[in-house]
Design a protein around this ligand. Structure first.
Ligand code: ADP
Length: 401
């Protein structure tokens, strides 16, 4: 069974074609500059590539190109689109409507589009991609939506409500939704498998640390709390996002700097975080190099992230009344051994003890990095959202046959 996985952004369309008999990637690529030009980069399992400028006025043309490179020319991997059994789409926001992976029909596409109010940057492009895909696929090919928020739909009310008048929730749907759910679900299950334990018996803190970062308390396989909130701005300091700040600081700055709400949103989402603190870069590698060369603000940015991660681990251990494992994933979590060491250092109070040797130099590999006598196991678990989307898609399509 071949499954196409789509991750559509406002001006890009990333894809992977997977063969689910062995979960191998047959081809992958990215159509970008949609609406402002167009470019496709496509790579196959046997090293063939397409890398060219195109005309992509909308997602539909990008899709048509994707079909063309998959089915014709030197880097083709299938002879026709009818070989694709189903398409799985990453969808960022499922609101309260979608608590699980869902087969897509016209009503579902409309509901995803209607949720654009809560995720303007993401949901509308998802809806565009879903509609474009429908036009291009062989008739009857099922499409499936896998929601980033769905894994967090198990959070209790006391965790997802904000202490504001109840009407903010009832009338305007303001609550914590949480994001990166597909990743947290994938890595927490992969961790349980690696530990040889049933996930139902585990209390895990999952740290997904990349350009965007979120930390989730996973108890018995379910998300019980997470650091991102109503939007992916909340929680720990990120590449360009502030993470948690006192809302009064926001209204105060809006007044002082005469910023409109959308300018303030840009300030918090695009000019803050590592970039805002350091004035150098949003990228963890640049920050680390600058800190090593004695830049105080870069060092501060890195220290803030480490400190905040520690706070989340401690608070999530408290709400779960225990902790069996901590896992690191995402570009920073999988690659930054010094961050992992700093976070796990001085955490004996929680029963965390790192194996410095196992941790050092470890990049993007599944591995245990805690000491044999550590009460809490610490692991690096590479994430693979596309694979989980493909697995979910296969499962739901087979069930609904
Ligand atoms: P996104 O959230 O966009 O998916 P990623 O998960 O790819 O981002 O993470 C990007 C972050 O990972 C960047 O801050 C980058 O500096 C960091 N990163 C990638 N490789 C390394 C590395 N070898 N060492 C330290 N940090 C790294």
């Amino acid at each position: 069974m071949k499954i196409l996985v789509i991750n559509a952004g406002s001006s890009s369309l990333k894809y992977q074609l997977l063969d689910m008999t062995d979960e191998s990637v047959i081809a992958k690529g990215n159509c970008d500059r949609i609406g402002i030009g167009g470019h496709i980069k496509h790579t196959t399992f046997n090293g063939k590539t397409v890398d060219m400028d195109c005309e992509f006025p909308t997602h539909t043309e990008a899709f048509e190109k994707l079909v063309e490179v998959l089915t014709t020319g030197d880097a083709a991997v299938i002879s026709s689109m009818s070989e694709i059994a189903a398409v799985g789409h990453r969808v960022v926001h499922g609101g309260e409507k979608f608590g699980a992976t869902t087969i897509v029909d016209d009503d579902v596409i409309q509901a995803i589009d209607d949720l654009s109010e809560l995720a303007p940057v993401h949901n509308h492009p998802h809806a565009l991609a879903l509609r474009a895909c429908k036009n291009v696929l062989a008739p009857g090919t099922p499409q499936v939506a896998v929601f980033d928020t769905a894994f967090h739909s198990t959070m209790p009310e006391k965790a997802y409500m904000y202490g504001m008048p109840y009407e903010a929730y009832e009338k305007y749907h303001v609550r914590k939704y949480g994001f990166h759910g597909t990743s947290h679900r994938f890595v927490s299950q992969a961790l349980a498998d690696a530990m040889g334990k049933d996930i139902k018996d585990l209390k895990i803190v999952s740290c997904h640390l990349g350009n965007g970062s979120s930390i989730t308390a996973v108890e018995g396989g379910k998300s019980v709390d997470t650091s991102m909130g109503f939007t992916p701005l909340d929680g720990v300091i990120m590449g360009t996002r502030s993470g948690c700040v006192d809302p009064s600081a926001v209204t105060y700055l809006e007044n002082k700097m005469s910023l409109s709400p959308s300018e303030m949103s840009d300030y918090l989402n695009k000019k803050s975080g590592f970039l805002g603190i350091s004035g150098i870069s949003s990228d963890n590698r640049d920050i680390s190099v600058a800190a090593e060369h004695g830049d105080k603000k870069a060092k501060l940015a890195g220290e803030m992230l480490r400190y905040e991660i520690k706070k989340y681990i401690g608070s999530y251990a408290a709400i779960m009344n225990g902790l069996d494992a901590v896992l690191f994933t995402g570009g920073i979590g999988e690659n930054s051994d010094d961050l992992r060491a700093d976070v796990c250092n001085n955490m004996e109070v929680l029963g965390i003890k790192l194996d410095e040797k196992a941790n050092a130099g470890l990049h993007g590999k599944l591995a245990k990095i805690s000491a044999p006598d550590s009460k809490v196991q610490v692991w690096v678990v590479p994430t693979n959202e596309e694979l989980l989307i493909a697995r979910d898609t296969k499962e739901i399509v087979e069930k609904n046959k």
